[in-house]
Structure formats: C-alpha cells, structure tokens
Design a protein around this ligand. Structure first.
Ligand SMILES: Cc1cc2nc3c(=O)[nH]c(=O)nc-3n(C[C@H](O)[C@H](O)[C@H](O)COP(=O)(O)O)c2cc1C
Length: 370
C-alpha cells in the first residue's frame, strides 16, 4: 500500500521523461540490499519473506521453494540476484544476456501505459556475457533459489550466426547457470522471432543441445536444463510445432510468454515495442493452455504475462503453468508482490468457482481478446 500510495507516484513523477530512470534507481537500491547478508535479511523481514510458507516443487532436477519467479529483463546484468530471494521469489532469471556487450535501442525505450501495462523496445541492452559471468561469480554466492540465465543473440549477428552466439553465451555463463533460457521471442531484435519457426528452431536447439553436452563433459556435470521462451503471438499450430521440436531436443520447459506486438487491450498508443502487463494476461494464459495441451507432462510450462495478484497466478496455473513469473506487476504493485502472490497461492491454491470461467482462457485456435 505504501508503495502504491506514496513511493510509486513519486517514482513515476520523477521519471516521467524516461521510465527507465526509475528502474535504474530501483536496481541501485536493490543492489545495495543485495550486498550483505544482514541487509538481505532485513529486507526479507520487512517483505514478510522469512515466514513465507514454502511449497517446494521439484522440476527438471531443480527445487523451487515457491512457484513465483522473477521474469527476464528486470535484472538483465545480474546486479542483485540474491535480493530477489529476500523478496520472496522462488527463482530468479537474469538476462537477456548477449555474448558481446551492446547498448540496445536509443532511449526512451520503456513507456508506461497506466493502469497496469508497459510497452518496451529495449533491444537487449547487455553488458555482455563476460561481464555478467564475472558479476555472477562475485555476487551469487549463497543464493538459495534456482538461477536461470536467459540468453540471446547480438543485434549485429546475422540469423545464420545466431547459433554461434547462443553457444558462446552458454560457454561463458555455464558455470553459474542452474538453467538456461533460449530467448527467441523478443520483438525488439530484428528477425529474432523467426527462430521460432519449425526448421530454424530445430537447427538452433540442435546446436544448443550439442553445446550443452560438450560443456557438461568439460565441467564434469550433468547437462543444464534448457528452456525456450516463446511469443504469445504465435498461432496454436506454430506452438504445436515448437513443442514437437522442443521434445526432439530434450527441452526441459517452455516459458510463455514474452511481450506481444498485438495492441488489443492496450490503451491507444503509437509506441513501437512489446506490450506487457494486464492486457497481455489473457493472451499469455491462452498460450500456456495451448502449450500444456501439446507438451508432454514432464515438460514444465512457466506462465508469465500480466500477473498482478494471486488470482492471476491461480488462473495461470489452472491454464497449465507449473510455475509463474512477474515483471510488470512489480512496477505497478511494488517489490512485495512475490510474497503476496506466493502466500495467496498457499492459502487458496485453486480459483473460486465463480472466477474460473472468467479467468481461464477458452480452448480456441486464436488468442482471446481481453
Ligand atoms: C522493460 C522490459 C524488459 C524486458 N526484457 C526482457 C528480456 O531481456 N528478455 C526476456 O526474455 N524477456 C524480457 N521481458 C519480458 C518479460 O520477461 C515478460 O515475459 C513479459 O513482460 C510479460 O510479463 P509481465 O506482464 O509480468 O511483465 C521484458 C519485459 C519488460 C517490460
């Protein structure tokens, strides 16, 4: 409440010219809390994470203490991975990390669409895999939750060179990643989403699987679980094909979904980029339900898109998600959202009957409009 009544209006007003400024301040503060165990413990106490009922779930060989994770893009360069555990998250996904550093698109590149949406055209600003690997070595010690590393290709890399980029990023970040996410669904890197096509994905995931085996041998460990992050703008046919290819290459799970290029439900805007937040929710839940229908039960589905409260997370789970992730909700609802959602899921795991019909996506061929 303090966040929504006091802190958010201040942050939004001070960064009205460029919302990314507020994000940078927030990350700086989070990095300060991240720096010592005492500060993290203090934050965990304030957030209510210390007495959060744990509901451990084992998926693709990893234990998730709560089903609520941090979505990629919030902490792209791993400046504060441990602080998210203190904030009650059950897993944290850093990135998207590109193999070489790149600046991303010109600012401003995040637009707020109140009450609960964003458009972003970040274009993978990244300090690069070498710098992120160094930082992870320094500041992921003591992290008690799974750490996902979301990787992508550099903007100037051609699509033919894309597999080499993903392989390079895996090599540099293998040591600390508990799982990798192959991001082929950001709408802000030209051509990237074409890697979701059946043949392209087959080629890319074949290369990734090969690299995973080589690195596992080098490091003397089991291959890392690899997940694929998909766009909510794919047809159900394209999703079925993607699942088929993922099964062929032993993919551990699918994350649905990245931001959307559709504008249904978003307030009228000419802004370019991918939309997230509440208007994305029905589309993301639809994607989860389609993927759940085609994916084998052992393939995990992570639902992300417009989760603002425990009921949204429940609906995502009932659409078929094993775990959920948050991003835009943190901007509008504040840093204690993960605790609220995780606690809400424990207290009432299923949706009330009356809410079910409204919240669950219909099993149709195209995404529903909100
Ligand atoms: C500003 C911003 C940056 C993002 N950057 C990334 C990214 O680098 N990699 C990625 O896979 N997803 C990225 N995403 C997408 C989120 O991880 C998530 O899939 C999407 O925003 C939907 O969830 P939400 O409605 O809870 O935000 C970004 C989203 C936002 C709003």
């Amino acid at each position: 409440m303090i966040y929504q009544r006091l802190l958010r209006p201040m942050l939004f007003a001070l960064s009205s010219g460029d919302p990314e400024t507020a994000h940078e301040w927030a990350l700086r503060l989070l990095a300060w809390f991240d720096a010592t165990p005492e500060r993290r413990r203090f934050l965990a106490r304030v957030a209510g994470a210390l007495d959060l009922p744990k509901t451990p779930r084992c998926l693709f060989g990893l234990t998730f203490p709560t089903p609520v994770g941090l979505a990629a893009g919030f902490d792209k360069n791993a400046v504060a991975p441990r602080v998210f555990e203190a904030l009650g998250f059950g897993f944290v996904e850093i990135g998207t990390v590109t193999p070489r550093p790149q600046p991303g698109n010109p600012r401003p590149r995040i637009v707020r669409l109140p009450p609960q949406a964003l458009i972003n055209r970040m274009g993978f600003p990244s300090e690069g895999a070498d710098a992120v690997a160094v930082r992870l070595r320094a500041n992921s010690g003591g992290l008690g939750i799974p750490l996902g590393v979301n990787i992508g290709k550099n903007k100037e890399t051609s699509l033919i060179g894309a597999a080499a980029d993903y392989r390079t990023a895996m090599q540099k970040l293998y040591e600390r990643a508990d799982y990798f996410v192959i991001n082929v669904s950001s709408p802000n890197t030209p051509g990237l989403r074409s890697l979701q096509g059946k043949e392209e994905l087959d080629w890319l995931l074949g290369e990734v699987a090969e690299e995973n085996l080589v690195l596992a041998m080098d490091f003397g460990r089991e291959p890392r679980p690899v997940l694929v992050k998909l766009s909510p703008d794919l047809s159900s046919h394209a999703m079925a094909e993607a699942v088929e290819v993922c099964v062929k290459h032993g993919i551990a799970g699918i994350i649905a979904a990245n931001t959307t290029l559709a504008r249904d439900g978003f307030s009228k805007t000419e802004e370019a980029g991918g939309g997230s937040g509440t208007p994305l929710r029905p589309r993301a839940a639809w994607a989860v339900s389609v993927l759940r229908r085609y994916a084998p039960s052992e393939m995990a589905i992570i639902g992300v898109g417009g989760i603002m409260c425990a009921d949204d997370a429940r609906a995502m789970r009932e659409a078929g998600a094993d775990l959920v992730q948050l991003y835009t909700g943190l901007i509008y609802r504040g840093p204690f959202l993960a605790v609220a959602v995780a606690r809400g899921l424990v207290e009432r795991p299923a949706l009330a009957a009356g809410l079910q019909a409204a919240a669950l996506p219909p099993a149709e061929k195209s995404p529903p409009t909100p």
